[in-house]
Design a protein around this ligand. Sequence first.
Ligand code: ZN
Ligand code: ZN
Length: 606
Amino acid sequence: MKLISAYTSHANDQQALLVFHHYHSNPNLIAWNSILKSLSSHNKWTQTLHYFNTLLLLDSSISPDEYTFTSVLKACAGLLVTKKGEKTHGMVLRRGHHSNLFIMNSLVDMYFKFRQVRVARLLFDEMCVKDVVSWNTLISGYCSTGDVIGARELFDVMVERSIVSWSAMIAGYTHSGDLDKARDLFDKMPERNVICWNAMIAGYAQNERYSDAIRLFREMQRPVESGRILTPNDVTLVCVLSACAHLGALDLGKWVHGFIKRKKMELNLFLGNALCDMYAKSGCIAEAKEIFHRMIHKDVVSWSIIISGLAMHGKAKEALVCFSDMRSMGINPNDITFLGVLSACTHAGLVEDGIRYFDLMCLEFEIPPKVEHYGCMVDLLSRAGRLEEAEGMIQTMKVAPNVVVWGALLGGCRIHSDIDRGQRVVERILELDPEHPGSYVYLYNAYSSAGRLEDAAACRLKMRSRQVVKTPACSWIEVNTTVYEFFMGDRSHPRIEQILEATRELSGKLRVVGYRPDTSVVSQSIDEEEKENALSMHSEKLAFAFGLISTSEGTLIRIVKNLRVCNDCHDWMKLASTAVNREIILRDRSRFHHFKDGSCSCNDYW
Ligand code: ZN
Ligand code: ZN
């Protein structure tokens, strides 16, 4: 028996099962309960129910007790088997366990999982004894069904709140996106453990408030009144690493890596994946590869991270080799893996390979392509000038094409000067997004260069009347482990005057070596001088200028941008890398640009 529980607590249910079968030709209730607990706590719910049924069939002299039922009810809840759950509930009543606290708590939890809120509440109200677990179950239950207000009402009337109650309420708010209320509670907590911090940090990360996640993590590192510092666990670090990955906050990411090493933490699957992803997305593909190779267990997520990472860095051949390694290890790719593979092909212009992998995905692995996969394929075909095929693919898509897919075809029409098709595509795009800024700019430029000045003028009028708005462009740069955020035209930074001065000065220098502002990317409704000013306020230029004045000479500058880098900024960065002798790594929406000595790693193909 001791052996079974030992294996149970060491997360090895296979061993526990082996011992169970070996030693017990005639198991007693304690043995049965040990094995049921082991299975249910490892989420082996089908097996839990199987063993429970065997127990009932084999030995009618054994009468299941509270330990048996809590495991079984948990399995019913996990599998969402309503009939079996209700049957077990009946058994509980017949055997007179209806006043047992543990069983009642499990029942309340089960009915919430079944989404039978009314039944759960009725059971709770009828309980003669309730403990803090009962209340917490109710609060988590209401939160899980999206009724945060109901949960809060209960929370407010609770006599005794545990840390779990607070954490459940905080998680409820963060899941519904109400971070202010979550933070308000978090700040009011009388005491906090690592789980509470994790709930709040994860809440920020899941709601894409990455800077806030990082700020809170820093606060966690500050000693509390007793002088004690809370040690983050792997859940905390995974959240922080994901925030770092999104913001390209490499210094902090490296600090986390150092922390893992110092504390001799095991590089488990989740932590390894998060670390690898952080390095890959922060422009350090060599470090990402190192982590990847050091991980003992790798799953399809790990392989997908490294394949997409290599693709983003323009290492298409390596990404494809990785893909075949993965398959020879017997790991099946999923839709995300294929997205990495296809984007590798797109970034490198490998048309035939792309088509082959697309077919492999659809036909052999029977993975239905999503709109993102089509986006890659249409992009690939369009750039290669196979516009007919690209348009054909859109017409036969199994999901509705979005603006990105049509936009990829439009890009091809621009490169290969196919005005007729371009016009058709623009119509489609404007049906989906009447404000789509790129379409008007495309049409205007296409008409102008074809000498169709009347059409061009009409297009310009339309643009003005529609007041085209875009997603605000935003760039991040990390200086001394703090992440700074710049929006396009943003003047909120305290050193904005110095930043603008640095941009002006640099643009002047660049003009001497041949920089010509590409004003075609700016909205057509403003005059030339304003256009140039608007260009110099692009978020990546602001971030770069800030990096320039706040880091020492020769320091590599890393910037992350949420949208695609524009032609003008791309040219500007290339020239700037020589003029001020700095290497620049800029990650945009889909790939890395490594600017060095006047050229970019993407070979102007992005
Ligand atoms: Zn720009
Ligand atoms: Zn580039």
